[in-house]
Design a protein around this ligand. Sequence first.
Ligand code: FES
Length: 694
Amino acid sequence: MIEARIQKHPILSEDKTPESTHFTFNSQMIKAKPGEMISSALFAHGIHIFGHHAKDNSPQGMFCANGQCSQCLVIANGIPVKSCITPVEEGMEVRSMDGLSALLKDDNVVKKGGETPVVDTQVLIIGGGPAGMSAAIELGKMGIHCIICDDKQELGGKLSLQTHNFFGSIRDCFAGTRGMDIGDDLASHTENDKNLDIWLNSPVVGVFSDGFVGVIKNGIYTFVKPERVLITAGAREKTLAFPGCDLPGVYGAGAFQTLVNRDLIKPTDKLFIVGGGNVGLIGAYHALQAEIDVIGIVEALPECGGYKVHLDKIKRLGIPIYTSHTVLRAEGCDHLKRVIICKIDNKFKPIKGTEQIFEADTLLIAVGLTPVDELKKQAEMFGLKTYAAGDADVIAEASAAMFSGRITARQMLIDMGYDVEIPPEWQEMVDILRSKPGQIKKTFSFPKDKDVYPVIRCVQEIPCNPCTEACVLQSIKIKESSMMGRPQFEGDCLGCCRCVSICPGLAITLVDKGYDKTKKNARVIIPWELPDGTIKLGQKVTTTGMEGEIIGTGNVIAIKESDWQDRRRLVSLEVPYNDVDLVAGIRIIKPQEKKIGLKTVKTPLDEEVVICRCERVNKKEIVEYIKKTGTRDINAVKAALRVGMGPCGGKTCTELVMRIFRELGIDIKDVEPPVDRPFTQEVPLKAFLKEEET
Ligand code: FES
């Protein structure tokens, strides 16, 4: 059996917990780490196909790893569960959901309904991620009783997946600190406040007209009666529809980060990514940190939308970026085997003859996020005092989510009559942190009169300034009045490498022209966060410029831990004297051989494009129904074809159906959206029943 656990990682420590829990999957004995999710344990042993769909026997695997899509259903001890949010238990019998699941033969679980417990609170916070925890800490300080509900086993939300350093400012929002460390810090503050009641493994499933909120608290249906409700449920990933998009091996970038960064599982050897925003670019970097080959990234727009420092960082390592391209199809019988991409014109239509085929066993979808706001809509509809913060309100970086949580908490306190204020600089900060990356100016000046100095390749307006705060001599400054300005070096340099160590974008190198008195060679120090052994002392390497262009070669003369940033190394390269200002990185990836315009490429067929994964409804059926009936109502499409009526409740496909309306030339404003009713997710019947009556 394949063992796919990550043993070596530059940022994460190896998880030495033994695989001491035993369970069976389709009668095969599997060992798992205590408390790990069923899907992760299966992936750790090379099992990526969890079952087959009842309608067409199509293979089913994981898609979101976040409890949103229901693709990962299995039967555990006789009950259908989402394997990505269900922990293994000793002796658990897990089997594939092949076809429809049957009721238990010996169904002696419960006979009668029980009375639903009711808990009062001043504030119910739905979601224990960066915004929820930041708000809770602010409210707890003022003695406000809060219940924080989260459907995961621990607080932190997406922070626990983020191994990279945050942007922003050190003073105000942990810039330069890794997301997972920020998550731990906020969680410990939250857990230590007696005013804050934390309910983990407790999804919120509905808001009702009488002001009660339904929560599955550790498996028991419970009502919370809050005076106010704060939605900080984060965001879910958007998806794309193309032939083969439903194959196991095609899944969300967030799911990938969950497997790799939370569970230390290496789910793939060869990866392709769709989407050049921050999520896709960071996902590519995280893959390299887990020693996974990244074959390429496709982006439909002419430029990637993520921060340029993220883009440049992976281009320097050699990852190919295909802008103005799209995924034409994903192919494979029961699992992804190859990805076909092509160029697109300015109307986003594929250009024939530009197809390229790549072998890959995994394709990550990183095409943006959408707020998890169905509970917010319900709460507002029923007149609850409702607030939202973080991605559930506005999609932005986690640093912005933390600020918006604090601001919203202060607003709640003001509404409750407390004498507090919202500092204007908080609002300014959240506005800056939510800013889209701005202009790029590729202008550098290299000091002519100095031997030692930093080269700052931070050429785009982004909200970030740790280098200015880190420089001991204050020689790095942003001249513009806002943190969005570009940092520049002026003055003296001690050569301490603090700026090289702290820059979240790994965009600063240190030049040392005095290294070789003959002026034949010089030294450049670059930041490095890839696994030990990727480059070695004494190795001759290919050097690259800011955007991945080849500069020449260099020799690795030192690799040492940074004194200023944990888990970041500083690599010293000896390079030709004239190259030293230009060298920004090291290429580690050789381009994969690709075959252009192979005859085997088929024109994608609409009927092959699955839109509703749960009910297996394809694009052709939906297009024909809309054309035939002239409907402008998603609820009608739903009733006729069952789109959105599966276990995920339309969370994955609704947006795709909207896109079909748009493709048919119908104005989205004229389309009636689906009605969101409680429950917003599946609730096992036994959650309503009394255990003692079994
Ligand atoms: S993969 Fe488990 S619910 Fe989406």
